[in-house]
Design a protein around this ligand. Structure first.
Ligand SMILES: Cc1cc2nc3c(=O)[nH]c(=O)nc-3n(C[C@H](O)[C@H](O)[C@H](O)COP(=O)(O)OP(=O)(O)OC[C@H]3O[C@@H](n4cnc5c(N)ncnc54)[C@H](O)[C@@H]3O)c2cc1C
Length: 399
């Protein structure tokens, strides 16, 4: 076993770290306050080559391995977890095409991302089907001419207002059906230059093959305000056979595959956030003096800093183990992905909350970054499966 990064992994880490230092950290507080969608940063990330990591080399993608992907997402999250969530969502939506699509589907649905800085959405959650996604009611129904019509509504969809393509999980035949399919809905490409001011309202999109997609007004969120989140409704959207990924009865299996991939990535988001919270708190408590000493030298405060450091390191270990397991396709990868997700969420929440506390009253002021990190941290414990769902997966496997 070797804990050292390969030269390539070190190069990825250094590149993203430099990107974060130059492009994100100097602007993040202003952008976040204004709830500005960071299109120009996403475009630059695409130019640098840290977006669309799951796209195969056969369609001119980077085909980055899972461990390196986790390192990149972790480093990007150190800058801002809204931006890394938006970036990661492209891979969430595209990984299922990369893994289960035909060569023609990879060409048709992945090439646009290799060629342009465009965004994708992964559409699973519905108003009535969150943790229990088997309760989804969005469905495709076959027409007499052999095509299908897609109807239904999804909620909390990352990138939706800016998306050029939607990966949609839906029932087959009827809303109450048992089988789930995965379909790809391309929309007219939306490039950064097409949007001159942030999208603040809902919009309608007309997919080339027919039907309508209604995107809701962007959600006003507690945290991760640099990611875009909105509801998406599909109205009689025409789906042809070449838009159905793999076997149209195996969608549930594809969801599990994507979530095994996504959970270490959310863990990477949590570790990046936790480390940032630790670092800004160390910097603050080294400067601020009370009782004639630096706050970081007061024994009880030092104890909290040590606990924060330990939680970051443990979450990082859990993340790396999960990433290796998923990369190897190990049969027990699912429980390690869940362990990493929960451990990282716990570290993110602990470091952000305790970090805020060590800032005293200043931590409660919005101009201090720790207050933003405390708002951002909550979602790590929620999306890609709430804490209880991860525990359910671990519990089911170990007994
Ligand atoms: C900012 C943001 C971005 C998101 N992006 C996407 C996206 O891009 N695509 C997408 O498809 N979805 C996305 N989601 C949705 C997200 O994955 C869901 O919100 C999440 O899975 C939880 O579902 P829910 O909100 O319906 O909560 P519910 O399922 O209603 O759960 C509410 C609470 O009930 C409890 N609970 C639920 N189930 C159990 C159980 N089995 N045992 C014990 N307690 C339980 C937990 O405490 C849980 O927190 C996003 C959400 C947010 C907020």
């Amino acid at each position: 076993m070797d804990f050292a990064l390969t030269d390539t992994q070190q190069m990825y880490t250094d590149t993203v770290s430099k990107f974060v230092k130059n492009e994100i950290i100097p602007r993040v507080m202003t952008m976040e306050k204004d709830h500005t969608f960071p299109w120009d940063i996403i475009r630059k990330a695409w130019e640098v080559g840290i977006l669309n990591l799951s796209i195969p080399e056969s369609v001119k993608g980077y085909e980055v391995d899972i461990v390196s992907t986790a390192l990149i997402i972790k480093e990007l999250s150190y800058g801002d977890t809204g931006i890394s969530t938006s970036a990661m969502c492209n891979d969430l939506a595209n990984a299922v095409i990369a893994k289960h699509g035909t060569d023609d589907q990879k060409n048709a649905f992945l090439s646009p991302f290799a060629e342009n800085p465009v965004l994708a959405s992964f559409c699973l959650t519905e108003p009535g089907a969150g943790s229990d996604n088997s309760g989804m009611t969005t469905f495709i129904k076959k027409n007499d001419n052999g095509t299908y019509l897609l109807n239904g509504s999804k909620c909390f969809i990352t990138n939706a207002s800016y998306a050029s393509q939607f990966t949609v999980f839906c029932k087959v035949g009827k809303p109450s059906g048992n089988l789930i399919a995965c379909v790809i809905v391309p929309a007219p490409l939306l490039l950064p230059g097409d949007v001159t001011s942030p999208i603040t309202e809902g919009r309608e999109v007309f997919p080339p093959r027919g039907g309508k997609i209604i995107i809701g007004k962007p959600e006003d969120k507690l945290g991760q305000r640099l990611s875009n989140t909105a509801a998406v409704t599909f109205e009689d959207v025409v789906i042809e056979n070449d838009q159905i990924i793999g076997d149209r009865r195996q969608g549930f299996k594809y969801i599990i595959d994507v979530l095994d991939y996504a959970r270490p990535m959310v863990a990477a988001i949590g570790v990046g956030l936790a480390r940032r919270a630790l670092d800004v708190t160390l910097a603050y408590t080294r400067e601020r003096r009370q009782f004639g000493q630096r706050i970081c030298d007061l024994p009880v405060a030092r104890e909290t800093l040590v606990k924060m450091w330990k939680m970051v390191e443990l979450a990082d270990l859990a993340l790396m183990k999960a990433a290796f397991k998923v990369q190897e396709g190990a049969p027990d990868r699912g429980i390690y992905a869940s362990l990493a997700k929960n451990t990282a969420a716990e570290a993110a929440l602990f470091c952000a909350n305790e970090g805020l506390h060590l800032h005293g009253g200043y931590g409660f002021m919005s101009e201090y970054e720790i207050s933003k990190l405390a708002r951002d941290a909550h979602i790590v414990d929620i999306y890609e499966g709430v804490r209880e769902i991860q525990n359910m997966i671990i519990g089911r496997e170990i007994v």
